[in-house]
Design a protein around this ligand. Structure first.
Ligand SMILES: [Zn+2]
Length: 358
């Protein structure tokens, strides 16, 4: 426990700015009194936040006595629109937020109730935006489980209420929204030129048998790197790599998505109170020794980013033979950002050491 506390303390001290920002964003810190004004080359620019959550307390009345009463309460007090929201934005240097309501709990409601919920949400959003037109725009909620109704709600939101886009979840009660059934909604969004902001909710639709079937061989294309990402993340957060300090684990397919999005993993223990992390080091630090990845990223930019995130010493060459992925040593040999000795390390030097090849 002591080491865990020391780790948190060290991390917090080392990246005080980052975590102070996170605290403000999540309403855990006191917002600064002054408004940060962002300029580039002396020119003041407008900063607009596309990913700004909120809840509408008025919806509680609509769902009173239904199974959705608890879901409607939605999140921390800072999720409600009020003066604290503006203070947070001022501290962040955000001039405008494009508000949206997520978790999409109303996708389970029947048509009548869903219509009432969305109406209450959209009208309250429009009302808030009208009182602060220089600081907010908003996106419509829609009842995507009824695509025709969703299309109507989108049109009403945009044309009558002046909302600027629409937010949706990654699925409707586990069903993909990419099929023709949902075309009425997609067609309306296209017709209106309304941006569709998709927000996920913990992969409930994916973590089940058969979820990656269908076109695209997604079981391989997405599923393999997803599994690797999950596997490496578990080794980190469950403390496995700390319990067995001699481990060197190489993730296939460039470690899945983990090195591509390491920043989120890296701060999980600090910003998610329920993360219950058992790791003693920062997640990123396991890529200094314990965790390695192969070169299966197919593009110079992909390799550049991989090396930038994990370092030359943690990247080893891989081909996936006998499968016909377009991989050759030229990816490494032609990489403009690698020195000769970097190339040698990636193509063989690192593995010579790790596999004790002389
Ligand atoms: Zn979000």
């Amino acid at each position: 426990m002591t080491s865990r506390r020391q780790f948190v303390h060290t991390v917090a001290g080392a990246a005080a700015g980052l975590y102070a920002f996170g605290g403000v964003a999540h309403g855990q810190g006191s917002a600064p009194a002054t408004r940060r004004q962002v300029s580039i080359g002396g020119k003041r620019i407008k900063v607009i936040d596309v990913h700004a959550h909120c809840v509408i307390p008025e919806v509680a009345e609509v769902v009173k006595g239904t199974p959705f009463a608890a879901a409607a309460a939605g999140g921390p007090p800072t999720n409600i629109l009020g003066p604290a929201r503006l203070a947070t934005m001022d501290g962040q240097g955000v001039d405008m937020q494009a508000l949206s309501i997520n978790t999409y709990w109303w996708y389970g409601a029947d048509r009548t109730l869903a219509a009432a919920i969305v109406k209450a949400q959209n009208e309250a959003l429009a009302k808030w935006v009208a009182t602060h037109p220089d600081r907010f725009v908003a996106m419509t909620s829609v009842a995507l489980q009824f695509p025709d109704l969703a299309a109507q709600q989108l049109e009403d939101g945009v044309k009558r209420l002046g909302l600027r886009g629409v937010t949706i979840g990654g699925h409707v009660n586990g069903e993909d929204v990419s099929g023709p059934k949902y075309d009425p909604f997609w067609a309306k969004a296209a017709e209106l030129g309304a941006i569709v902001f998709m927000h996920p909710n913990e992969s409930g639709n994916l973590v089940k048998q058969g979820a990656l079937g269908g076109r695209g061989d997604l079981g391989n294309i997405i599923g393999n790197p997803l599994e690797t990402t999950y596997f490496l993340s578990r080794l980190i957060f469950d403390g496995t790599l700390d319990r067995h300090p001699g481990l060197r684990v190489c993730g296939a397919h460039a470690g899945g998505y983990l090195p591509s999005y390491l920043g989120r993993t890296d701060v999980a223990c600090e910003v998610r109170a329920n993360a219950n992390c058992a790791n003693k080091k920062r997640p990123r630090d396991y890529f200094k020794r314990e965790l390695l990845v192969d070169t299966m990223v197919f593009s110079e930019e992909g390799l550049r980013h991989l090396v930038a995130e994990v370092g030359v010493g943690q990247v080893v060459y891989g081909t996936d033979v006998p499968f016909n992925w377009p991989v050759t040593v030229d990816l490494v040999l032609n990489a403009s950002f690698l020195s000769a000795s970097d190339k040698e390390s990636i193509l063989g030097g690192n593995l010579m050491r790790l596999l004790r090849i002389t």
